[in-house]
Design a protein around this ligand. Structure first.
Ligand code: NDP
Length: 574
């Protein structure tokens, strides 16, 4: 349907409102990322405890040597391991904080957990595992099972070590191996270490006055306590439940709470944009017709379609850059106003509907898709507490306090998100010459492809900054895994022992990242959130590579074509 033609002042007024809301929100919480804490120790230590690890066995500390050691057992490790196995690598160890593989899908078991990327694209290695997902969008348990199936297929459980947190990863110049220490007293040695600790793995809490003194039960969304709630939330029937945050996790949880709990209070600071989520069971006739290699072909087709549409848009290039930007912004605003109209159509109470309307450009925050979230607010037991950009700033022993009102709760759920794309969470990474990775990065992140960083030989980073950013994260991680496996294979096949990126290659990539960052000032104009570092000023190199996904993996290929130019490669010193 063609869009109705609206005068430019209509769009300009909405942009003014976006700015107003952003400034309001920033005014309340200027400290950016410092408003959160992920140091979950002391009174907050309970928020980090793994509720899924039952009867953790005691074991002797490990002191052995493997070829490849992964820190973390989520998709990064699984996808890279698959490629390493295909290349004949035998000695692969996953060291994982949880009690199984799965990463995000191990931790995020909250009711309603599901993925917003179409399952046939998101679930990796479908060709290799000869598996077709059961729905158009996969639910959490199916994805977790798929992770376990990958680990079984590629024999990754054999050497895996669970319930173990890596605390230090230090390059030992004498034996030219990484020495990996853990919280279980291990000292494992490894030729190659892959930081596979996930992009959103370390839970963070909003630092709120009085939070330690809350007398009820509380947990973070990634540590759901089914002992307390019951497997089907049946223990919440007579409980008053509050949830802080309205991001993608809360959007999936609220409808489940709404069905069962006596009362639900949703404490909102900034609303998410909620669009339709069309889901259906996979058609068995379609699944039967799929030929081996179908997933790979499908991904190629999706990528080509995106590129073609970009090319078409570029071909229309008679418009000036300003005109192009204006058209993009207007189309974006039209989309957001459709999201507003959808809220009005679904939510009965006009003031609740108004409070649920997001006032920012599409993609300023992670968009959400759900059919039951908005209707939940029509239920008599569900109450929106709209803090209008301020957020909850105080928690009494009874519960959150806002605008002089205390909300007495039995259960308080923190849906306040995670540390984003950090490398070496829980873990000090010390390279050649005793340099700590965080000290190196404190002057600005420096990598080649977001994967290699000079002075840290035989170390590979996955899911960190300076890599491409994809809504379908597994696709991005698979390209990183393919690249890493190819590099390790090259080292082994050519009689080398050590690979370390050259300074010139690293500098080339840093400049490449800088050149493609900040093509628009969209991120500065956006309401704060983790996409724009909570409104913090950011060095241009301290973010993702925005030059395009295809270009990203083409660069990977080009880097590998000239291994000797881009890397110091050396045999093991005797
Ligand atoms: P987010 O970081 O997206 O959301 C945190 C929420 O907490 C925000 O709504 C934030 O408000 C709110 N908040 C923080 N402090 C306060 C406070 N003091 N008072 C009130 N509210 C507060 O975390 P999520 O766990 O929801 O999502 C993280 C990411 O994980 C997603 O963006 C997505 O990438 C991924 N994910 C994907 C899913 C999927 O595929 N469906 C499902 C779940 C997660 P404000 O917006 O104002 O900062």
């Amino acid at each position: 349907m063609p869009r109705p033609k609206r005068p430019q002042h209509y769009y300009d007024e909405i942009k003014d409102k976006f700015r107003e809301e952003r400034n309001l929100r920033l005014g309340y919480r200027p400290p950016g990322t410092d408003q959160y804490t992920s140091e979950l120790s002391g009174d907050l230590a309970k928020y980090a405890v793994d509720p899924y690890a039952k009867d953790v066995p005691t074991r002797e500390p490990i002191a052995d040597e493997v070829e490849v050691l992964f820190i973390g057992g989520g998709f990064s490790a699984l996808l890279t391991s698959a490629r390493l196995r295909e290349r004949g690598l035998e000695s692969i160890r996953i060291v994982e904080r949880g009690s199984d593989v799965g990463g995000t899908w191990y931790w995020n078991r909250y009711p309603g957990a599901a993925c917003d990327v179409v399952s046939y694209d998101y679930l990796p290695l479908l060709d290799e595992l000869d598996y077709v997902p059961v729905n158009h969008y996969s639910r959490g348990p199916e994805i977790f099972n798929h992770c376990q199936a990958i680990a079984h297929k590629y024999n990754l459980y054999d050497l895996a070590v669970f319930n173990t947190t890596v605390t230090e990863t230090r390059w030992d110049q004498t034996d030219q191996l990484w020495h990996v220490k853990t919280d279980r007293g291990d000292l494992m040695r490894a030729q190659f270490v892959i930081c596979a600790n996930g992009t959103l793995a370390k839970p963070k809490l909003s630092a709120i006055k009085g939070m330690e003194g809350f007398a009820g039960h509380s947990f973070h969304t990634s540590r759901w306590n089914y002992d307390y709630t019951g497997e089907n939330l049946e223990h919440l029937k007579d409980k008053v439940v509050g949830i802080i945050g309205t991001g993608a996790s809360a959007v999936q949880i609220v409808p489940e709470l709404a069905k069962v709990a006596k009362e639900v209070f949703v404490f909102q600071r900034t609303p998410s944009s909620i669009d339709i989520r069309d889901d259906w069971p996979t058609d068995p006739n379609w699944a039967r017709k799929l030929q081996p290699g179908w997933q790979h072909k499908r991904r190629e087709k999706v990528l080509a379609a995106v590129e073609n549409s970009l090319e078409k848009r570029a071909a229309k290039g008679a418009t000036s850059p300003e005109e192009k930007l204006r058209k993009q912004e207007n189309a974006n605003i039209d989309y957001m106003m459709r999201i507003h109209r959808r809220i009005d159509e679904i939510v009965d109470d006009p003031s609740t509907a108004d409070a649920l309307k997001p006032w920012y450009m599409f993609m300023c925050k992670r968009p959400c898709f759900h059919n039951e979230y908005l209707p939940s607010f029509n239920l008599p037991n569900v109450h929106l507490v709209d803090t209008q950009g301020q957020g909850i700033t105080q928690i009494s022993p009874q519960g959150p306090v806002f605008d002089g009102k205390e909300y007495g709760l039995d259960l308080l759920i923190y849906a306040t998100g995670f540390e984003v794309q950090q490398t070496g969470i829980y873990n000090d990474i010390v390279g050649a010459g005793g340099v700590n990775l965080q000290d190196k990065y404190s002057q600005g992140i420096r990598t080649l492809l977001g994967i290699h960083t000079a002075g840290f030989p035989n170390l590979f980073i996955m899911g960190g900054y300076q890599a491409s950013f994809q809504f379908n994260l597994t696709e991005m991680l698979q390209t990183q895994g393919d690249h890493i496996a190819a590099c390790i294979d090259y080292v082994r096949a050519n009689g080398h022992h050590v690979i370390d990126v050259k300074d010139e290659a690293e500098e080339w990539w840093v400049q490449n990242v800088i050149q493609h960052r900040g093509k628009t000032n969209r991120s500065e104009e956006c309401t704060p959130g983790y996409y724009n570092f909570e409104g913090n000023e950011q060095r241009r190199q301290d973010g993702n590579y925005n030059g395009g996904f295809r270009q990203y993996f083409q660069h990977q290929g080009q880097v590998r074509e000239k291994m000797e130019d881009n890397f110091h490669l050396a045999a093991r010193k005797n």
